[in-house]
Design a protein around this ligand. Sequence first.
Ligand code: GNR
Ligand code: NI
Length: 170
Amino acid sequence: MNRLNILTFPDPRLRKKASTITSFDEDLQKKAEDMLFTMYEDKGIGLAATQVDIHERLIVIDLSEDRSDPIFIVNPSYEVLDDTQEISKEGCLSIPTFQQEVPRAKEIELSYQNLKGESEKLIADGLLGYCIQHEIDHLNGKLLVDYASSLKRGRIKEKLTKMKDGKNKG
Ligand code: GNR
Ligand code: NI
């Protein structure tokens, strides 16, 4: 398994729209495993392929305490079952140190394919529902900063750019 590099805001590659997956092969399996490993290493509950510079519609999620219950989600789409807007306070591995309150649908029905290409459905609310909505935003090039004021967005952009410059100087 390989640890993949996670892109950080304001990297323009985070804005790319991911494409539909059509091959359910060993290569896909390997990408999914590397993403899961990377997500566990960075202590996230979800990761979208866009964040590791793979612009395909692939997501991994694991909400379990002991990191033993991964869900691999290919080509997701969802319908809103309960459109009550709930406020979800979220972080993102691509925007370190940043938190944002985001309005999310209360309950969704997710349709997707598994790594074998078989169709699956899942009804989700609470943290799982918010996480799915967050990851699908990534596949569409949307980020938590887009829900923030331009003032707050400007501040985090400056902060993360400075952090990166510092790192690059070593
Ligand atoms: O680890 C993460 N926590 C989280 C909390 C609330 C809603 C969504 C998330 S996803 C995030 C990891 C991440 O950046 N995924 O894209
Ligand atoms: Ni994220």
